[in-house]
Design a protein around this ligand. Structure first.
Ligand SMILES: Cc1cc2nc3c(=O)[nH]c(=O)nc-3n(C[C@H](O)[C@H](O)[C@H](O)COP(=O)(O)OP(=O)(O)OC[C@H]3O[C@@H](n4cnc5c(N)ncnc54)[C@H](O)[C@@H]3O)c2cc1C
Length: 472
């Protein structure tokens, strides 16, 4: 019986383990953390897919080609087309595969998760088994339950893989942190991204270290880039760059992905530069291009009174537990402690913040006219709850794109999930899937759900390749 070792028990690792054990292999999953799930279990769980039966049930006409074309355009053709095709065809299959494992997809919950016109964001419903807050945990729970039913699959937690066993450039197994050596016919790297790995971030995504201690990672501490490092050591190379960042006022470690529509962002010139409610796929790029890579959120006293306790936590209904920075109680507390600056005039506020006063005054004048007209004439922000900036005291708080969600650089693989060396040849015995692999994202995130879909598709693909014995 072939022995396959899987490094990491997130979405990609569990998908690989299930596929490989169902295919007749003896599978050992090694997970560094004390609990399975990785970033996948913390995620919203949206899967970005085209031409699915769920879309059809909602009357949406879509196609795999349209999805590939969309990804290529958004990434300015920096992705690997053959990986994209595998991903686009595979995510369509994954929707049905997860259904067989107990996940349901309601057509009415499909939503526009990126910049596409037709809804492609598939939201799961299922049991989380208390592995995490939302849909990602439902997917992990479904996979875990199925893996646990496989007699030839074993999962070991608190087992961090430190390096690969190798000979003549081929992977022959793994070495754990405590020195234990485990031989394998094939090793599947499914160790996730490197959002918690300072060294990797500095080297492969310096923008995610630009704002110093404002940066923190939404995924687990164990995602430091071990798999990428191991693949590099065996002759692999990395593809892709950038990742997803969320802007934050840094009141605390709050995962607050959605800005309320009454907030106005200005740069150091005092100018607006974006629809503040635009998608997180593009927001870090837009803020990052402002002077100093930062901006200020500006509002007034009347907004605090009018908004009351309305929250804008989950406009897409993802069910992710978010804690907002923008509740009145939080803002009052931050005004009190001086993190949110306050002044009796816009000019004085601008001087306190280091914003150009004339620019801020002109922006507020224009904004107030737009609010009265019910139309954001500059950026076409949806007219729901636009509030003027006219009642003292005035408030401003600095925002930086600093919360790390997903890292894009990863090992170069082919469509069979084989890790390629610098010459483009497969490294014998070494496969990779999920965030540890690159070539499927570059710079701009295509849409919520692209990552889990890829993790499941390439986890499964890696297992099939290992079973077919073509990893060599
Ligand atoms: C809060 C949040 C929300 C998100 N929401 C979405 C969403 O809705 N849709 C979407 O598509 N994407 C989303 N993403 C991104 C997505 O969750 C990830 O990109 C994807 O799940 C990665 O899956 P993975 O299996 O590659 O890695 P992970 O799920 O992170 O699993 C990697 C596992 O490997 C383990 N590991 C690491 N190093 C070692 C080692 N040396 N030895 C053994 N084990 C190791 C880790 O502990 C971890 O358990 C979100 C991410 C976050 C953080």
């Amino acid at each position: 019986m072939a022995r396959i070792v899987v490094v990491g028990a997130g979405g990609a690792g569990l998908a690989a383990a299930l596929e490989a054990s169902r295919g007749g292999a003896e599978v050992l999953v090694l997970e560094a953390a004390a609990q399975v799930g990785g970033a996948t279990a913390r995620a919203g769980g949206v899967v970005y897919a085209a031409d699915t039966h769920v879309q059809k049930a909602r009357g949406i006409e879509d196609s795999v080609s349209a999805l590939i074309n969309y990804y290529m355009t958004v990434s300015r053709h920096e992705l690997e087309p053959r990986l994209l095709r595998r991903s686009a065809e595979g995510t369509r299959e994954v929707i049905g595969w997860l259904e067989e494992l107990g996940i349901t997809w309601q057509p009415e919950r499909l939503y526009v998760a990126g910049l596409e016109l037709e809804a492609r964001g598939h939201m799961p419903t299922g049991d989380t088994r208390d592995l995490g807050p939302a849909g990602g945990a439902m997917i992990v729970a479904a996979l875990l339950t199925a893996v646990e039913q496989q007699p030839t699959a074993t999962i070991r937690t608190s087992a961090r893989v430190a390096s690969l066993l190798s000979d003549g450039g081929a992977a022959l197994g793994v070495v754990l942190e405590d020195g234990e050596e485990i031989a394998a016919d094939a090793v599947v790297l499914a160790s996730g991204g490197f959002g918690a790995g300072q060294e990797m971030l500095r080297e492969y995504w310096p923008e995610a270290t630009r704002h110093g201690d404002w940066h923190w990672y939404l995924g687990p501490d164990t995602n430091v880039g071990d798999g990428a490092r191991m693949g590099l050591a065996l002759g692999g190379e990395l593809r892709g760059h950038g990742g997803t960042l969320l802007e934050t006022p840094n009141f605390g470690r709050l995962n607050d992905a959605f800005t309320p529509p009454w907030i106005v962002y200005v740069n150091q010139h005092g100018h607006r530069f974006v629809d503040e409610t635009d998608t997180y796929c593009v927001m870090p790029h837009v803020i990052g291009k402002q002077p100093g890579g930062t901006c200020w959120a500006v509002f007034d006293e009347a907004a605090l009174t009018l908004v009351g306790e309305q929250e804008f936590l989950d406009p897409y209904g993802l069910g992710v537990e978010l804690e907002s920075n923008w509740t009145v109680a939080m803002l009052r507390q931050q005004i009190e402690n001086g993190t949110v600056l306050a002044a009796d005039s816009l000019r004085a506020l601008a001087e306190l913040a280091g914003i150009d006063p004339a620019g801020l005054e002109a922006t507020a004048e224009k904004w107030n006219v737009d609010v009265a007209d019910g139309h954001d004439s500059a950026f076409e922000k949806k007219p729901d709850l636009l509030l003027p900036i006219s009642t003292a005291p005035f408030y401003a708080v600095q925002l930086k794109p600093a919360i790390i969600g997903i890292t894009f650089a990863g090992l170069r693989i082919d469509e069979y999930a084989r890790v390629l060396d610098r010459a483009g040849r497969p490294i014998p015995g070494l496969l990779a899937g999920g965030e540890v692999a690159g070539g499927l994202d570059a710079d701009v995130y295509a849409g919520g759900g692209a990552s889990i879909g890829n993790a499941l598709v390439f986890g499964r693909t890696a297992a099939r390749t290992a079973l077919a014995g073509i990893s060599a």
